[in-house]
Design a protein around this ligand. Structure first.
Ligand code: IPD
Ligand code: CA
Ligand code: CA
Length: 267
């Protein structure tokens, strides 16, 4: 049974996805404006955010909206806020790499209670509601069951040229290469978190994020039986702007590896 709020959120991502998908095949002709070094925004991002805001506010005019491309809209209902990223993985999108997603979460009194993340290219729709489980194309998701980090595939995100903390991220990669079976840095945190939720990835971590990158993913992972918190153990990754996620066996092993990385001399 899909609840009215989930129906609305799914309809909104599907509507926004139409334009995103149309432009995907023509990345070379997209108008790209530079927001900052290594951080581009395309017209597709802006159009998709506009569509998401219109669709969500039409049905829930009192709710607030926090999104990447426009200023926060403060609703008259102080308890409800949508958190949206019109395209998570813009760099991939610009390079015609089909690993990006449109993502919406609903926050109620500071807690994420619903999330939808959609990759229009693979037509995979991930959704979760608090207490009702997490699903990919309506199939129940469950985090991976691996127990040893040495057998595990984990994901992270690497800072682009213009971002900070290159040395810290290199140290993490160095240790994780030794402690895991393999690492991926695929370029969409929202999708990485869904991939942890459905067990394609055994775990993931990422520093220096924004709430919209993670909002839906946090709920997907928890509803799929996994654990996620801030890199320093914070209960709410949306407040720490970073996260680490896995199952109960691997999470402490991942944390121990990242602690080892902190002790390496900067290189
Ligand atoms: C980016 C993605 C990526 C992460 C970057 C984010 P954007 O979001 O989530 O995985 O490594 O830090 O900025 O800019 O493509 O919406
Ligand atoms: Ca993002
Ligand atoms: Ca984005």
């Amino acid at each position: 049974m899909t609840t009215p709020i989930m129906t609305l959120m799914i309809a909104a991502v599907r509507k926004a996805a139409r334009g995103v998908q149309r432009d995907f095949g023509e990345v070379s002709s997209l108008q790209i404006s530079v927001k900052g070094p290594g951080d581009f925004v395309t017209n597709a991002d802006k159009k998709a955010e506009k569509t998401l805001r219109e669709e969500l506010l039409k049905a829930r005019p009192a709710y607030g909206i926090l999104g990447e491309e426009e200023a926060e809209h403060k609703g008259t209902d102080p308890d409800h806020r949508f958190i949206i990223d019109p395209i998570d993985g813009t760099f991939n999108y610009m390079h015609a790499l089909p690993y990006f997603a449109i993502t919406i979460a609903l926050e109620r009194k500071g807690e994420i209670v619903a999330g939808v993340t959609y990759n229009p290219i693979t037509d995979e729709l991930f959704h979760a509601e608090k207490g009702s489980g997490a699903f990919v194309n309506n199939k129940r998701m469950r985090v991976a069951g691996r127990r040893e980090l040495v057998d595990s595939l984990v994901a992270t995100g690497l800072p682009n040229r213009g971002n900070k903390d290159h040395a810290e991220r290199r140290a993490e990669m160095m240790i994780m290469q030794l402690r895991t079976a393999g690492i991926r840095a695929m370029g969409s945190t929202a999708l990485d978190m869904c991939y942890v939720a459905c067990g394609r990835l055994d775990g993931a971590w990422h520093a220096n994020l924004n709430p919209w990158d993670m909002a839906a993913g946090v709920l997907m992972i928890r509803e799929a039986g996994g654990f996620v918190h801030g890199l320093n153990g914070e209960a709410n990754p949306l407040l720490s702007n970073n996260y680490i996620a896995s199952n109960a066996d691997l999470l402490p092993q991942m944390k121990a590896a990242l602690a080892e990385a902190k002790k390496l001399p900067a290189a």
